[in-house]
Design a protein around this ligand. Structure first.
Ligand SMILES: Cc1cc2nc3c(=O)[nH]c(=O)nc-3n(C[C@H](O)[C@H](O)[C@H](O)COP(=O)(O)O)c2cc1C
Length: 179
């Protein structure tokens, strides 16, 4: 019984979290754009996704692979500027079909935004967004960038995965005993 991590991100923070988690629990890590990223080869899945413009960037891939994802144990970690909140849960709900959402354990992580790494047009959009954002902290983050990367924040995800690995092993032992 095996699991794997599939991530979608653009500027490196989701990948960094995926690699930290992969190292901590000994699971392979795939960028969803890799040709070898095939979720049907695995029994449980850890999905990692950045949030861009209020949506999970993994949403189209998840929809395309819906039949494969449904029924497998899944953990989702999102990576965003915003911290855990109702608003963020809403962005996640709006990105996934409800049948998938109901089967997923979600944990929100905070990422990084380095203005020197984004295009000109994106910087302009972020600046306009910052002018319209009523929250002063979020507005400053949009305008100046931020770095909330924190390796210790993967701990709850690591614990969930260890639980999944334990469950899978127990299931296998039960099966072996019954045959
Ligand atoms: C164009 C753009 C739009 C973003 N939109 C949001 C957003 O709607 N909500 C949010 O909390 N963070 C937003 N962010 C912040 C990203 O979620 C954050 O930088 C994340 O760490 C990016 O992940 P990545 O490095 O894996 O691409 C946005 C960042 C960019 C560049």
């Amino acid at each position: 019984m095996k699991g794997a991590i599939f991530f979608s991100g653009k500027y490196g923070s989701t990948e960094q979290y995926a690699n930290w988690i992969g190292e901590a629990v000994g699971l392979p890590v795939f960028n969803i754009n890799d040709a070898q990223a095939n979720p049907s080869n695995y029994d449980f899945l850890i999905l990692g996704s950045s949030i861009i413009y209020f949506k999970l960037t993994i949403r189209k891939w998840a929809k395309k692979n819906l039949a494969t994802l449904t029924g497998k144990s899944k953990v989702l970690f999102s990576v965003s500027g915003a911290g855990p909140s109702e608003k963020l849960e809403r962005w996640v709900s709006n990105s996934f079909p409800s049948e998938l959402l109901s089967q997923i354990e979600h944990i929100a992580l905070r990422g990084r935004l380095d203005h020197s790494k984004v295009s000109w047009g994106v910087r302009l959009m972020l600046w306009i967004g910052s002018l319209m954002n009523p929250n002063p902290d979020a507005s400053r983050d949009e305008r100046l960038g931020f770095d909330y990367m924190d390796k210790s924040s993967i701990e709850p995800i690591v614990r969930l995965i260890e639980q999944l690995q334990l469950n899978e092993t127990t299931e296998m032992q039960r099966y072996v005993k019954s045959t």
